[in-house]
Design a protein around this ligand. Sequence first.
Ligand SMILES: *Cc1c(COP(=O)(O)O)cnc(C)c1O
Length: 374
Amino acid sequence: MNIPDRVRERAERLADALPAYVYDLASLDRHAAAVRRALHGVELYYAVKANPDPALLHTLAPYTDGFEVSSGGEVAHVRSVLPDARLALGGPGKTDAELALDVHRVHVESPGELRRLVEVAGPADALLRVNLAVPVDGASLAMGGGATPFGMDPDGVRECLDLLRGQNRVRLRGFHAHLASGLRAPGLLDLAKAVLAFGRDLASGQELPDLEINVGGGMAVSYQDPEELFDWEAYGRGLEGLRDPGETLRVEPGRALTAYCGWYLTRVIDVKRVHGEVFAVVTGGTHHLRTPVAKGHDQPFAVLPTGRPGTGPTDEPVTVAGQLCTPKDVFARKVPMSVNVGDIVAFGMAGAYAWTISHHDFLMHPRPGFHYLT
Ligand SMILES: *Cc1c(COP(=O)(O)O)cnc(C)c1O
């Protein structure tokens, strides 16, 4: 994949201090600004679990209306970084202590959770998380569209509406959905239409003058083709066209905002041929960047020829593995390349679901450094 000059220069300067993560905050700033413009009047929350790094949160803050958080830990973290940010607390399995936190919105996952929220909230503004039986074909992850632990089917939603009557601790503001991940703009717009129709229908029977609908995240990111970006223009136009006056529409992407700004830099420590296949072993491993294992893809990368010429193959299929003693520790399989011992391998698209989803302590290798390009 292409590596921007500034990332390449930093990688070469860090050559003796790898593995390391480099976050290109300037490119994140440009990207977030473009997403913000494309969304017109639709609100943008960032799903913090994709990457909670404080520098990224600071970079995103000017372009976002709030942050979607999924635990008490994330609430405390974002509050410490951005004390005034609006927070929407989601996630299945919230404890009473989490439900009692003072946040802008609570995304209610079940009638049982709503009962506990009514008891502990003091008070709270809630969106009901719906899981509609709509097709989610083509998605890389399905959180809805059928039986899953996420959100409620229409029966559960109606049970919640009954529970909400005759109490005043929890105020219903609208509906939330996050049905699938990895869909392109047309697929996500179809889901948004279904969620809007469902929400408006239920809202018409309630006292809900300023209906809010959060249609979630899940905007597609292609690890096969890093140049293929989600069509924010089409999505923003589509959503803006669906929005009724007086309604608040909100999205909460994670991956498609921060994936592109992160680089995980490693160095080739050994090249070998085993039973006819070539392996390049790099410092670090999937305990720092679990994304390719978790998603089952080849992580895109660039090789910087900083190594010793003649110590590796020219234009041959190479499998890039890490330092862990497990056959799962593979970043990419049989990718045609030229590589030598000492070359830098820069894995791109490592800004979301990367460091924080990785099993850092397995084998007790040192942690990577973290560096920021401003
Ligand atoms: C993870 C998550 C998101 C973000 O999903 P992406 O695929 O990273 O855009 C948004 N909303 C909820 C409820 C989530 O769990």
